[in-house]
Design a protein around this ligand. Structure first.
Ligand SMILES: [Zn+2]
Length: 285
């Protein structure tokens, strides 16, 4: 059993901890679930043996601080791999104003506290880099970011979780490449978001991957038509969508097997995404 699952189950009441449940069918793929909806969606994830990426918002964290995790551990007692998507709205990991950075760190500390109980194998954070806001100067953003992520890495040492930085509005991975070079840590890597790349990148996929592939530890898989960030299942837009086959061929050639989260916004889309990926993997492996 994955040691993190064992650690999570050790926190369960004795009568529940023996019920490890069936092993998830698709071990490397998880589905996106907002933490606030876990109670409603966990039974569906359990039926399909799905791994989960839980999205925690600031209000989720405050509720957990006040009320504890409630029945969350029981909802996850079927033994899935758990991933976290940390809160990001209004937060700026590379903030120049120390007070804004302090609030950001406070939210991250709350996230890490929950991680100590739920033992995610990866926590995804947004980079917070916007080229116009920082007047194209990555150095200012980089200096504060390095301090933030070093603190996050120090605080998560006992959990052993990977920290993955996700591309959002980046049109070029220069800032992410610089961040990876500045923090050369075995638990620090990138979450490559296919949909965000497809809508925002101004460079070809191969060029982006040349700069980043060696540090990709997690994938956010979804598709769009470059008009809006639709979070549609992979393959929805044919040749007008993201080139998933190229991505997975490049990853295989580089010997990399990042974990994957389908960032679908409905169960139907998540199932369609799973089917697309399993057909693709059969074809290219
Ligand atoms: Zn994403």
């Amino acid at each position: 059993m994955d040691p993190r699952r064992r650690q999570r189950q050790a926190l369960l009441p004795r009568d529940v901890s023996t019920n490890s449940g069936p092993k998830p069918a698709v071990d490397n793929i998880s589905v996106h679930i907002p933490f606030a909806r876990l109670g409603e969606l966990a039974s569906r994830a359990r039926e399909r043996n799905l791994n989960v990426e839980l999205y925690l918002t600031a209000s989720d964290l405050d509720r957990i601080d006040a009320d504890g995790l409630g029945d969350t551990l029981q909802l996850l007692d079927y033994g899935p791999s758990v991933r976290f998507h940390a809160p990001f709205i209004d937060l700026i990991p590379g903030a120049i104003d120390p007070r804004i950075r302090a609030v950001t760190l406070e939210r991250f500390a709350q996230t890490i506290k929950v991680a100590r109980a739920l033992r995610p194998d990866v926590i995804v954070f947004h980079s917070g880099y916007e080229k116009w806001k920082y007047s194209l100067k990555t150095d200012v953003w980089l200096e504060a970011s390095v301090k933030t992520w070093n603190m996050v890495l120090a605080e998560t040492g006992d959990i052993g979780t990977d920290i993955a930085i996700e591309n959002i509005v980046e049109d070029h991975p220069r800032n992410l490449h610089e961040l990876m070079a500045a923090i050369d840590h075995p638990r620090f890597g990138l979450c490559f978001d296919t949909g965000h790349f497809h809508i925002f990148s101004t460079i070809p996929l191969d060029e982006w991957l040349d700069m980043t592939i060696s540090r990709i530890v997690h994938l956010h898989v979804h598709d769009n038509d470059r008009q809006s960030d639709r979070h549609a299942p992979p393959g929805s837009f044919g040749t007008g969508g993201f080139d998933f086959e190229r991505l997975f061929r490049r990853l295989a050639a580089a010997g990399r097997k990042p974990s994957i989260t389908l960032e679908a916004h409905s169960e139907k889309d998540a199932v369609a995404g799973m089917e697309y990926l399993s057909a693709l993997f059969k074809r290219i492996v």
